[in-house]
Every structure is written in C-alpha cells, then in structure tokens.
Design a protein around this ligand. Structure first.
Ligand code: HEC
Length: 127
C-alpha cells in the first residue's frame, strides 16, 4: 500500500519536476486520486510513523502494550486493527470506546494522524 503511494508520489514529483503545464496537471490529478483511498490519504512517511511511535509510547502503550504487543489484557490488540478503517480509528481515539478514554482534549488532530501512521502501518512494518 505504502509502496503504491510512494510510487505515485514519486511519479507526481517526477512530473512536477518535468515542469510543463500539462504534466503538472496530471501530477496533481495523480495526487488527488491517491488521496481518494482512505489508507493512502494518510500518506504515511517514515517521519510520521516515528512521531506516531513516540506518541504511542506516551499515550497508548500503558494499555495497548509496548510496540502494540498486547500483554493479554482486555485492551484491543492494535496489531489487528483493520488498516482500511481510518475513520473508525479517528472516532475511537477522539470519542473513546468502552473503558478507553477520549483523547480529544489530550491530543491534537496532527498527533492523532501520526498515531494512525504508526498503527495503520503496523508500526512501519506494512508500508
Ligand atoms: C486506559 C487504557 C487505554 C489507553 C490509554 C488507550 N486505550 Fe485504546 N483501548 C482500550 C480498551 C480497553 C479498548 C477496547 C474498547 C472496547 O472495544 O470496548 C481500546 C480500543 C482501542 C481501539 C479499537 C477501537 C475500535 O474501534 O474497536 C483503538 C483504535 C485504540 N484503542 C487506539 C488507542 C490509541 C491510539 C491510544 C493512544 C492515544 C489508546 N488507544 C489508548 C484502552 C486504552
């Protein structure tokens, strides 16, 4: 998934660098279509994933386990979270779910996006 996104990003960059008006147009069309799919919309970069992992260890690891390795508690195993359900992730993190608190006031939308980069890429393993 990440690979496909990267490829289209690389192509888009290539077109943009080529510099003609029509190439630039197709580059932005490519970028627009790339963001149409939820899993690509996040556009994970290695930096996002690293930032997400730092934030995860601060805010989430105490319940969901270091590196998302659930220690057998009742907390959801985030390694199994469906990577195509970004909206569900955002909703659960901002509103809370069951005994998980809401993080709406504790985290900025940007921080939550980084967390999704981390969880949605399986900690960077699935790019
Ligand atoms: C106080 C413990 C606790 C903390 C801290 C916590 N969680 Fe959870 N989380 C839970 C529990 C318990 C569940 C299972 C909730 C349920 O389904 O009833 C859960 C479920 C989830 C789910 C799945 C929800 C769904 O849609 O089924 C996601 C995603 C999630 N947590 C992400 C996070 C992230 C990201 C953080 C850090 C910002 C975090 N959690 C911090 C306890 C916690």
């Amino acid at each position: 998934m990440k690979t496909r996104w990267l490829v289209s990003a690389a192509l888009a960059t290539g077109f943009a660098v080529a510099g003609t008006y029509s190439s630039a147009q197709s580059a932005s069309a490519a970028a627009a279509s790339a963001s149409a799919e939820p899993s690509k919309a996040a556009g994970f970069t290695a930096d996002d994933i690293t930032a997400g992992s730092v934030q995860y260890n601060r805010s989430c690891a105490q319940c969901h386990g270091r590196n998302m390795v659930n220690s057998g508690s009742t907390s959801y195993d985030l390694r199994r979270f469906p990577v195509d359900q970004v909206d569900r992730f955002m909703l659960s993190v901002t509103k809370g779910k069951g005994s998980m608190p809401s993080f709406d006031n504790a985290l900025t939308p940007e921080q939550i996006k980084m967390l999704w980069a981390y969880v949605g890429s399986r900690g960077g393993k699935e790019l």
